[in-house]
Each structure stands twice: as structure tokens, then as C-alpha cells.
Design a protein. Structure first.
Length: 283
């Protein structure tokens, strides 16, 4: 079975698509684990040794997450795999790359990897732009089920949601920077940021987490957690909306995090020094 649908953009180099890719500031960002679970789940659903989350740039396919393939951070944009799958409205499947005319000459098929099976779902933004794919790869030909493809599409939707969370945090920080020298509007900007975070985090608490905020500094915070935040080095903590707002604005590179990360000791230690808190450690 070969599945493919007509593209709504002509090539992966479409200027509007590339503009959307770059507005999310995800290319070459330090890996934080946000998409690792997506890749692992995709591999488990299909029973494949390899799964990746990719972002398709003008001349490369960059890996935001990679399961089962070490030492590779990006590949080229030769047609037939991600650079073609990213243009689709729905799932894209290559059952046997050795005989599929779309992939016969692809380096991953002809080369050492020996790719035979590939299935991908496009990561589509709310305004219809395709950023990359969630895909699975095997060295053997395979068939797929409708349920598997539906799951792959749902995982691509999760990645799109996570990118929106990340973008909202970046935009809020930039807005705050612009108000640094202006008295008065900070309270309005803070309220707006808090509302954005609360809205975007509404479906974020789907696993085990502590009952109250971990970011109390001068005194413990007993507010319920609503979101997890992290910095590019992987330190993270559960927070109430107020403290999530504080850390995003103060640390600037902090963002909404994957729930499996732990820590955020760097922020706590820095903030405690600034506030003169003698405790020096989070509760």
C-alpha cells in the first residue's frame, strides 16, 4: 500500500512554509526531551527500530528527536521521504523503498542505512503550515493499519501543540523585554502572559506530578501546579502559573517543558541569591 495526497504547497522551499518554520525558533535548539516520548511512542506503535521528529528547513531535515538512530542530527532534503512527506495533508507511507519510485534514488535507501519502510505524518500548525514530520523507519518492508496511521497523525498534533506552547513563552518573554523600561504596563503584560500560560497548559497535567508549586523561593508556595518549565540545559520544575511566569521572564530562555525532566536547580539557586534566601535549596 502506498498512501499520499496532493500537496497544498509546491515544494518544501515554499517561502511561507519556511517563514513558519523559523518563527518557532526550534531549528538547532538544545534538545530538552520535549519530543523524545513522541518518537518512542511512534516506534512502539509501529514496532520499528527507528522513529524521529523532524523539522524540514530549506536545505536540511533537522532532528528534534531521534529514537534508535545515534550520532545523526540532520539529513539532506532529497525528495521521497521527509521533504516530500512534509508537503502532504495526511499520512505518507513508503511500504518498500527499494521498489517505490519515489525513493529508489534516496541516499537513505541506497546507502548504509538500507531504509525500506517509512511512514510519516506532517506536523501542521494552526494556520495550516507544515513544519516537519513524525516518522517511523525500518530496514524491512512493512504494511500499516489505519489505526497506526491515525496514531501517527495524533502524535504529530502533539508536537504541533508543544511548539505552540514554546512559541507562546518566547513571545511573552520578548513582550516583557520591550516593557522593561516602561513603568505601568508590566502588570498588564504579566496578566496577559499568565492567561496565555494557563490556557496553553490546560491539557499539560496528564501524568504524575507534585501537588504544589516547586518554585517557592523566600517561602514555600502552596499553589497547585499548572505547568512544567525548563531551561535549555534540561533543568526543570513544576510550577504554578505565577512562578512559571516569573521564571520565563527572569531566565528568558526557559520554556514549557516535557514532564519527564527534573531539576531547575540553576534558576532556584540564582533566584535565591538574588532574594537573599539563606536556604539555598528548593523544598
Amino acid at each position: 500500500m502506498i498512501v499520499g495526497y496532493p500537496a497544498r504547497v509546491l515544494t518544501h522551499t515554499d517561502p511561507e512554509r519556511l517563514s513558519a518554520v523559523h518563527r518557532y525558533h526550534i531549528l538547532d535548539a538544545p534538545t530538552d526531551g520535549s519530543f523524545d516520548n513522541v518518537a518512542r511512542v511512534a516506534a512502539g506503535v509501529f514496532g520499528t527500530p527507528i522513529a524521529t521528529v523532524t523539522i524540514v528547513d530549506v536545505d536540511r531535515v533537522w532532528f528534534a528527536a531521534c529514537h534508535g538512530l545515534s550520532g545523526v542530527t540532520e539529513i539532506g532534503t532529497e525528495p521521497g521521504l521527509c521533504a516530500s512527506a512534509v508537503l502532504q495533508d495526511e499520512a505518507y507511507v513508503v511500504n518498500d523503498g527499494a521498489v517505490d519510485p519515489r525513493t529508489l534514488d534516496h541516499p537513505l535507501v541506497r546507502g548504509e542505512l538500507g531504509l525500506r519502510f517509512y511512514a510519516a505524518a506532517p506536523i501542521i500548525t494552526g494556520d495550516g503550515h507544515r513544519l516537519g514530520t513524525v516518522n517511523v523507519i525500518d530496514h524491512e518492508p512493512r504494511e500499516v493499519t489505519d489505526t497506526q496511521l491515525a496514531t501517527l497523525t495524533a502524535l504529530a498534533g502533539i508536537v504541533a501543540d508543544q511548539l505552540e506552547l514554546r512559541l507562546a513563552a518566547i513571545q511573552a518573554v520578548r513582550a516583557e523585554r520591550g516593557l522593561d523600561q516602561i513603568p505601568g504596563p508590566r502588570a498588564t503584560a504579566s496578566a496577559k502572559l499568565a492567561g496565555q500560560l494557563r490556557h496553553l497548559a490546560a491539557n499539560h497535567l496528564d501524568g504524575e506530578h507534585p501537588p504544589v508549586c516547586e518554585l517557592g523561593l523566600s517561602s514555600p508556595c502552596d499553589k497547585p501546579v499548572e505547568v512544567k518549565v525548563a531551561d535549555p540545559w534540561g533543568d526543570s520544575a513544576w510550577a504554578c502559573i505565577q512562578h512559571a511566569e516569573d521564571v520565563i521572564i527572569t531566565e528568558r530562555s526557559t520554556f514549557i517543558a516535557d514532564q519527564n525532566l527534573s531539576g531547575l536547580a540553576r534558576y532556584l539557586q540564582s533566584a535565591q541569591r538574588n532574594t537573599g534566601d539563606p536556604a539555598g535549596t528548593p523544598r
